[in-house]
Design a protein around this ligand. Structure first.
Ligand code: E4P
Length: 221
């Protein structure tokens, strides 16, 4: 499977790349905007934070197919290997088809329905990103949508991967993996929750106390 961080925070990427088996970093316009720096500075810094390797994802800002394609070409030229995120709108589908013909890899994003995600994959996207928490937040069932989308891709577009996105809890991410998704992207706080629940720290501290009590040190020897 592929594990990504959903952030443009270079310090957080450096910190977590040291401990997690990261495949790369995903961004979106809101995530990059938070950094208050040009995207052409942010993307190389993220690649450096990953140790010079790893897959990066960045999104186009245009809303018509022609300009989406032009922005995608620019992103892909300036950041080699970058996967271009294209919202799966009608214009986005047209752009994904053109970019597929140009061999520029894409991710169909802003997916709120299984059928919409399937269309992105059939248009030629390498990844499709269902928005789990955002769908839950508007009264839908994000996990059920991911189940359907994964089944549809298995049956009709096996070249494409679900890159499940928009999480607020580790449980949401685990449910997507159990549904068969091959890739997930986690915000920094959710990634940290996977490894840092209070019970874990309490268990480690109790071991130290017991050892200290018996041997007067917290070291093995
Ligand atoms: C990824 O493709 C999305 O842009 C991102 O995961 C959305 O996350 P949010 O719903 O927490 O903003």
């Amino acid at each position: 499977m592929e594990l990504y961080l959903d952030t443009a925070d270079v310090t957080a990427v450096k910190r977590l790349a040291r401990v997690l088996p990261l495949h790369g970093v995903t961004t979106n316009p809101s995530i990059v905007a938070k950094e208050r720096k040009p995207i052409w500075e942010v993307l190389p810094a993220l690649r450096d934070a990953l140790g010079g390797t790893g897959k990066l994802f960045a999104q186009v800002m245009a809303s018509d197919a022609e300009r989406m394609v032009a922005e995608a070409v620019l992103l892909n030229q300036r950041v080699p290997g970058l996967v271009v995120k294209i919202p799966v709108t009608a214009e986005g589908l047209a752009a994904i088809k053109k970019l597929k013909a140009m061999s520029i890899p894409t991710l169909g994003t802003a997916v709120y329905g299984a059928g919409q995600g399937l269309l992105g994959a059939l248009a030629g996207a390498e990844y499709v990103a269902p928005y789990v928490n955002r769908l839950d937040a508007q009264g839908g069932d994000g996990i059920a949508m991911v189940h359907e989308l994964q089944q549809l891709l298995n049956l009709h577009a096996p070249h494409a991967k679900v890159l499940a996105a928009s999480f607020k809890t580790p449980r949401q991410a685990l449910e997507c993996l159990l549904a068969g998704c091959q890739s997930i992207t986690l915000p920094v706080d959710v990634a940290e929750q996977f490894i840092g629940t209070p019970a874990v720290q309490a268990a480690v501290e109790k071991f130290e106390q017991d050892w200290q009590g018996a041997f007067g040190t917290t070291l093995l020897s």
